[in-house]
Design a protein around this ligand. Structure first.
Ligand code: ZN
Length: 317
């Protein structure tokens, strides 16, 4: 049976600092190729792999059916029993013709091993559509213009230090302190530009430290959320509401959503590979014209699953 190397296999190899062997029996998706190249995962191609084998077992010694790795045995078993020049091994033909592959795929669908939907998903997710990457958010705050002035002084303007994934959004040099009934968190980064309403985004663990209820909300949905006191260099603001733990979400344009057969507001699950891989449910699709493709989770979620900025996520509907 043909072996498929997908983006997830590359990421798994990356986690383990391994190279991947690719022989004539392996299909590597275009996306997987790209990710391997970008992340320095080496794909040991057939000829190179043969060459590798030749120095170990083939060229200098008669072929043996014992020992060696699985890939070596696959190659060796197709050849006559004695030593074979490397040049001949490198010309080894693929195990299946295109017609045979089509026949195998059709048979798998007929027997119910794969649905046509599975095949469509494979084709779309692996080839036509760009991968969805993860952006990990720490605690931060968005300020209204009024609150910015109260905390930093009249006429104050934020100082951008880093662009964020969503167009026009930036991290600023400015930080504030959160003061809750039970505790204080300093150096909370202000993100810009200013918004119509101040919104504080904290981690679930922060709510215990601050001593406030935990309200999981999408950005902008601030009804029935707890308040907090904000301290800046020039003043203090007492918020009656506006502290949320951000609900995980995926930004994209309506066109992106359409191509993936998703829509704004749809709730999906996301799946990650890797050593602490897992699945997160209740991820909201946020499709709007300015949405740059990015899956936003917070540092607690990311740490739990051992993933980082730029990791690839798979959507499960
Ligand atoms: Zn977001």
């Amino acid at each position: 049976m043909k072996r498929l190397i997908s983006a997830r296999d590359i990421l798994a190899a990356m986690e383990k600092h391994e190279d991947l062997k690719v022989d004539g029996n392996t299909i590597v998706t275009a996306q997987a190729e790209d990710i391997a190249r970008e992340n320095g995962v080496v794909l040991l191609r057939g000829p190179e792999t043969n060459e590798f084998l030749s120095t170990k077992a083939v060229a200098k010694e008669p072929l043996s059916s014992e020992g060696g790795d699985t890939l070596g045995q696959n190659i060796v078993s197709k050849q006559p029993s004695e030593s074979i020049p490397l040049s001949v091994m490198n010309e080894k033909k693929p195990l299946f013709t295109a017609d045979q592959i089509e026949h195998v795929v059709s048979a798998a669908v007929d027997k119910g091993l794969w649905t046509k939907n599975d095949l469509q998903n494979l084709l779309h997710s692996e080839q036509d559509l760009p991968p969805i990457t993860v952006g990990v958010s720490g605690r931060h705050i968005h300020l209204s213009k009024e609150h910015l002035c109260e905390l930093f002084g009249e006429g104050y303007k934020l100082t951008p230090i880093k662009d964020l994934s969503q167009p026009g959004q930036f991290a600023s040099k400015e930080c504030v302190t959160l003061v809750g009934p039970k505790g204080v968190i300093e150096k909370v980064r202000v993100l810009g530009p200013v918004r119509s309403q101040t919104q504080v985004e904290v981690l679930a663990g922060d709510t215990f430290k601050l001593g406030i209820p935990l309200a999981i909300r999408l950005s902008g949905h601030l009804n029935d959320t707890p308040g907090i006191t904000l301290c800046g260099p020039k003043g203090t603001v007492v918020l009656s509401e506006g502290v949320i733990v951000a609900a995980r979400h995926i930004h994209m344009t309506p066109e992106d959503a359409n191509r993936r057969e998703l829509h704004d507001g749809q709730v999906v699950s996301i799946k990650f590979g890797g050593i602490r891989g897992g699945r997160l449910d209740n991820v909201v699709i946020r499709a709007n014209e300015s949405g740059a493709l990015d899956c936003h989770i917070d540092t607690e979620e990311a740490n739990a699953l051992h993933i980082k900025n730029g990791s690839i996520v798979e959507i499960v509907k």
